[in-house]
Design a protein around this ligand. Structure first.
Ligand code: ACO
Length: 433
């Protein structure tokens, strides 16, 4: 018998089954042969929240949560963050290899070429209330893009897919910046395609009456690094949403609107917003012990701490901490940083956090940088969505071309009422004859 097998004895019937083990996994459908009789549907696995189920093979991002390792296409995140631009990393994620000089120039040109939004989209943006959450606007605008590019539903056409991917990567900073300007009652600033990807974003956010906006190079680079750190993170909640929606062959704009909606939640990309609110609520370093006590007592969570996969320091949090110091040199120190550092110090020495392996995640410090860039907290999840666009789209494309993938459709264990018949007295709405 091969070593790469698993033998299961069903104690209900006494029968034994041998099933293959490949890449440390068994295939759930192999369990279906395990039955108590011909009427039995066959054994299923029950795994709410996908705690121990691989839903795909993927060659994009690798995480070793115990060791705190994150690789994009094999390259360590710290090397990419130090030596590459976001657009180079986006190319790497999408195509699997870093671009050479000519490929990078062509990629940059293509992204620049698509940064503008159709004027009708601008009009749509104006219809939101002044206090609409920018993430709600972002999700709606991404979804609306599908109505402007109906050919995007040809998802099996590789050239078509690439075209939509370029459009989305190019347009998300514009959508994000417009959502910010709308909330402020400021006129929209059109893209300046002389600038870098993050530089142009800063231009669309903050340009006022000057003829040409010149981004501060330190802030521009800090933003580029933040974008790199957020570009992909394998099968997280929003990526899983992207793949699940895309599996029905919905166009990438509709699928990405769903992914962005998943990102919006406070347990995922909305956590950076919650971290800032939490730090403000704590208000002073002296209040940290009391706050930690309340968290341990079950009164809320320490936002920006903990991760489904990382049971060690999130490597992205380490890089953000370094970047933060560079931003402080330009804009001054945030008063919230002392509270954050003290929270981290206390938590990392506390039995509660040690035993549960809770460490700072990417969101713990990113919000402080965004705040120092003068962004309102509501913009934080949008700042996550901009760079994650390439991750979502690459994961979506990988799913589309994977012959093993089909429409995502989990099973359930039914816990409702057994079959029953309607009585005449059960219904109250008159039905026309
Ligand atoms: N503060 C306090 N306790 C926590 C925290 C936290 N931030 N995170 C987890 N715990 C505790 C849980 O209460 C649980 O304790 P118990 O065993 O006594 O019941 C234990 O640690 C295990 O936590 P789970 O919730 O089972 O872990 P899960 O993998 O389901 O959740 C999650 C991961 C959602 C990230 C969680 O740690 C959390 O809510 N963190 C705060 C929100 C946050 O920062 N999210 C951003 C994640 S990064 C990202 O999405 C980009």
């Amino acid at each position: 018998m091969s070593e790469n097998t698993l033998t299961i004895t069903d104690n209900r019937t006494g029968k034994s089954y041998t099933i293959p083990v490949t890449d440390g996994t068994i295939r759930a459908p192999d369990l279906r042969q395990i039955k108590t009789g011909p009427e039995d549907f066959g054994l299923m696995t029950y795994d709410p929240a996908f705690m121990n189920t691989a839903s795909t093979r993927s060659a994009i991002t690798f995480i070793d949560g115990d060791k705190g390792i994150l690789l994009y296409r094999g390259y360590p995140i710290d090397q990419l963050a130090e030596q590459c631009s976001y657009l180079e990393v986006a190319y790497l994620i999408l195509f699997g290899e870093l671009p050479d000089k000519a490929q990078l120039a062509a990629w940059q040109h293509d992204i620049r070429y698509h940064t503008f939004l159709h004027e009708n989209l601008k009009a749509l943006m104006h219809e939101f209330r002044y206090d609409a959450h920018p993430m709600g606007m972002f999700i709606s605008m991404v979804s609306a893009l599908s109505t402007f590019y109906p050919e995007a539903n040809k998802v099996d056409d590789a050239d078509n897919r690439l075209y939509q991917i370029k459009r989305l990567v190019a347009k998300v900073p514009t959508i994000a910046a417009f959502s910010y300007r709308h909330g402020r009652g400021l006129p929209f600033v059109y893209p300046d395609n002389d600038l870098s990807y993050p530089g142009n974003f800063l231009n669309m956010m903050f340009k006022m009456s000057e003829a040409k906006y010149t981004p501060n190079p330190v802030l521009e680079r800090a933003l580029d690094i933040l974008f790199i750190l957020h570009a992909d993170h394998e099968q997280n909640c929003s990526t899983n949403a992207m793949r699940a929606i895309g599996s029905s062959r919905a166009d990438p704009y509709s699928a990405m609107a769903g992914a962005a909606a998943a990102l919006y939640g406070p347990l995922h990309g909305g956590a950076n917003e919650q971290v800032l609110r939490m730090l403000r609520q704590i208000g002073d370093v002296r209040n940290v012990p009391e706050f930690i006590k309340r968290v341990k007592g079950g009164e809320g969570k320490l936002m920006g701490f903990g991760h489904r996969v990382y049971k060690n320091y999130d490597p992205r949090a380490r890089i953000i901490k370094r970047t933060m110091d560079q931003v402080f040199d330009v804009v001054g120190r945030s008063p919230l940083i002392d509270i954050a550092l003290e929270l981290e110090r206390v938590a990392l020495e506390d039995e509660y956090f040690i035993t549960r392996k809770l460490y700072p995640n990417v969101d713990f410090y990113s919000g402080i940088i965004y705040q120092m860039l003068n962004l309102p907290v509501e913009m934080f999840p949008v700042m996550f969505a901009i760079p994650r666009t390439i991750g979502w789209l690459t994961q979506w494309q990988e799913m589309i071309v994977d012959p093993e993938q089909k429409i995502a459709r989990p099973r359930q264990i039914y816990t409702g009422s057994p079959r029953r018949d309607l009585k005449a007295t059960d219904t109250h709405e008159p039905i026309p004859a």
